[in-house]
Design a binder for this molecule. Structure first.
Ligand SMILES: [Zn+2]
Length: 447
């Protein structure tokens, strides 16, 4: 009887597929045994089916994962192809150089490694202490128009006072036409000649600023690896920065002239005389003696022209070999120059001296918005304000004040006498932050 009871219990456990083999009360022990065998066989079949289904589901999951991987790979490949294409187009335009894409900063660096960069103190004081201790021997400077505004040379893009705002009087189809090779060669060379007269680096009119002198001082101390400038005013040369320490990324008024059409070299002195006396000669320009068709221009890089060969020859090794990068007075909006800062190795400190926050420099506000996911600044020293004010304060911290000719008691860190400048810097700081929020980052292929 006991076996019957247990058989009945078993039958209750059975599911529909096994009903055929249900055990009834009149079954003999042999029947029960046979039916149990059938039931077990049925259960095995079901188990096999479940395994099969499970394996099918597993394959489906694997397939979907592989599809996801494939999609991700496709996206990565697509980005790569797109970046390459942009690079090729840029190269075709003569501006193909550093990639715009910056790798995730500090990724893969240990906390200890990050600590070694600036000792978790990203202040100007901390950087000055290290610079004074001769920690840096290969400083790369990246500079723009903001370094020259205190001389009275207008920058390009500041609304109202910037050069592009002032060229409205020339009735150009677009402001940049003033530096457009096609416009100069084929349409009208007069606007350029007019502006060239105003901008020509006359040592009597435009003097190198404190910021330029600081670069020269770094050179004298054997710390300057290279100075990359976007300025065409030649003030770095006038300050005494050697030609081999200098990359004038957008050319300069002071180099050898060339024909806008056939590129034949022109006499530098003749060209200077023609440019400086434009008014007297009716802005007639200097005709090329080689092709007798085109007109000579200073070696300023016009839209539609290649960057100087020195740029392409040096930028990679310089950016990767620098031990400190100082970015001054530039909006970092004009590629490829703007991409240089992205090439600084992750374990190298960077300093920004500018009226507003630019590029991918550490953005405290943005990091706060990220909340807990925000990173830690271990290498960006950000000083918002006018270049000369900041460099003056920096020189005092460095103990360079005598050599560069600034009194210890003046300047923004000295307190007296420069309250106005400090106020201006604070204002610039606030407006800089606001602008940063409003404009975001723009990368252009133009020079
Ligand atoms: Zn020519």
């Amino acid at each position: 009887m006991g076996s019957q009871t247990s058989a009945k219990d078993l039958s209750e456990v059975q599911q529909d597929p096994m009903k055929k083999g249900a055990i009834s009360e009149g079954d003999s022990a042999v029947d029960v045994s046979r039916k149990l065998s059938e039931t077990i066989a049925g259960l095995r079949r079901t188990s096999d089916q479940i395994s099969k289904t499970k394996s099918n589901v597993q394959s489906a999951i694997t397939a979907s994962q592989s599809l996801e991987n494939k999609w991700q790979k496709f996206q990565a490949d697509f980005d790569k192809i797109l970046n390459n294409a942009i690079g090729q187009i840029a190269k075709g335009m003569g501006v193909g150089v550093p990639d715009a894409a910056a790798a995730d900063e500090g990724e893969g660096m240990t906390t200890e490694k990050k600590f070694e960069v600036l000792g978790n103190d990203c202040s100007m004081k901390s950087l000055a202490r290290r610079l004074r201790g001769e920690k840096y021997k290969n400083v790369v400077i990246l500079m723009g128009a903001g370094c020259s505004v205190s001389t009275g040379i207008p920058d390009f893009r500041t609304k109202g006072t910037g050069l592009y705002s002032q060229v409205e009087k020339y009735n150009l189809p677009y402001a940049e036409a003033i530096f457009d090779l096609h416009y100069f060669n084929e349409v009208d060379k007069t606007p350029f000649h007019k502006i060239a007269k105003e901008m020509y680096p006359d040592p009597e009119k435009f003097k190198p600023t404190l910021t330029h002198k600081f670069i020269k001082l770094l050179q004298d101390k054997g710390m300057l690896l290279r100075c990359y400038t976007q300025n065409i005013d030649g003030l770095e040369r006038l300050a005494g920065v050697h030609e081999d320490k200098l990359v004038e990324a957008h050319g300069s008024f002071l180099g050898d002239g060339l024909c806008g059409l056939c590129k034949a070299p022109c006499d530098k002195d003749k060209l200077r005389d023609v440019l400086l006396n434009g008014e007297k000669n009716g802005y007639s320009g200097l005709k090329c003696e080689e092709c007798d068709k085109g007109f000579c221009k200073p070696p300023i890089v016009f839209f539609g022209e290649n960057l100087p060969a020195r740029f392409g020859q040096n930028y990679k090794a310089d950016m990767q070999g620098c031990d400190l990068c100082i970015v001054m007075g530039t909006s970092l909006k004009v590629a490829p120059f703007s991409n240089l800062v992205n090439l600084v190795p992750d374990d190298v400190p960077r300093m920004l001296v500018n009226r507003e926050l630019v590029g991918d420099f550490w953005d405290e506000e943005q990091e706060k918005e990220k909340g807990k996911g925000g990173g830690v600044n271990y290498r960006d020293v950000v000083e918002l304000g006018d270049c000369d004010d900041t460099i003056e304060a920096f020189c005092k911290l460095l103990g360079y004040h005598d050599e560069i000719g600034v009194g210890v008691g003046s300047g923004k860190s000295g307190g007296s006498g420069k309250q106005k400048a400090r106020g201006k810097s604070m204002k610039a700081k606030v407006s800089g932050l606001l602008n940063r929020k409003a404009s975001g980052r723009r990368v252009s292929l133009n020079i």
